[in-house]
Design a protein around this ligand. Structure first.
Ligand SMILES: C[S@@+](CC[C@H](N)C(=O)[O-])C[C@H]1O[C@@H](n2cnc3c(N)ncnc32)[C@H](O)[C@@H]1O
Length: 235
């Protein structure tokens, strides 16, 4: 179980305050296997997203994942939701040249999702800010908000299956980040931000996706603390 004593508004407030320093180069240093991780998230949309489809990005931040989605599916309409307005302002700049409509929504993932149905709902490194009941509830709401044939992709930081492995996974993350050029100060700042994380295991999240209605949810990508969880709504 994760700590549910932290206010759900804490994470967006932290990211809002540090939006200026949330740059892509730093993310590359702090996310081992950055290209494989985001690439697996976008690959999971293949055959599911078509021109003019609607894609919702939950906890979109500066639009890192949305940017990759826009590159792969330039005609797809994007709706970005985040609780930190300053993060979304940076997403506005990233997606300024997008050829399809882009809508920015300041909001909480715990509240009702933006109006209408979506063909894909994606998220990266954001849903772990909700407590476990919040994640389960969001998975249910995501299922309901998808059109038949739609896909839910959660590229996520996950909890290890045991406390002992959690320590090993954390050491792996630190060592891999420093090997990718992160400084000790950058790692320490990341650890400070991660204090509000409430990560869940891959196994628990697959069970919650199943419970939400997704048949055969899977994790096509997994490397220590990083995993891509996918649920497909039947046609
Ligand atoms: C680590 S950042 C990830 C941003 C982006 N998806 C990426 O991959 O770079 C987490 C984002 O989730 C947002 N967030 C956290 N909890 C949220 C909530 N309950 N509702 C909306 N956004 C939330 C934060 O404001 C932040 O922008």
């Amino acid at each position: 179980m994760t700590d549910s004593s932290i206010s759900p508004t804490t994470a967006p407030a932290i990211f809002d305050a540090h939006a200026g320093g949330y740059d892509d180069d730093l993310r590359r240093r702090l996310i081992p296997s950055f290209d494989d991780f985001y690439g697996a998230g976008v690959a999971a949309l293949a055959c599911r997203v078509h021109p003019r489809d609607r894609v919702l990005d939950l906890g979109a931040g500066t639009g890192l994942l949305s940017g990759f989605v826009a590159q792969a599916f330039p005609a797809a309409e994007l709706v970005l939701l985040d609780g930190a307005p300053a993060m979304l302002e940076r997403a506005r700049g990233r997606l300024a040249g997008a050829s399809a409509p882009v809508t920015l929504v300041v909001g909480d993932m715990a509240d009702p999702l933006p109006e209408g149905r979506f063909d894909a709902i994606v998220s990266s490194l954001a849903i772990h800010h909700l407590d476990d009941e919040g994640k389960r509830d969001l998975f249910r709401r995501a299922y309901e908000a998808l059109n038949p044939g739609g896909v839910f992709v959660n590229a996520e930081q996950v909890r290890a299956p045991s406390e002992r492995l959690e320590g090993r996974y954390l050491r792996w993350h630190r060592d891999a980040s420093l090997a990718r050029g992160a400084t000790e100060a950058e790692w320490e700042a990341a650890v400070e931000r991660m204090r509000v994380d409430r990560c869940a295991t891959v196994e628990d999240q697959l069970a919650w996706l199943s419970e939400a209605g997704f048949p055969d949810p899977d994790a096509p990508y997994r490397l220590y603390r990083l995993a891509v969880l996918v649920g497909r709504r039947p046609d």
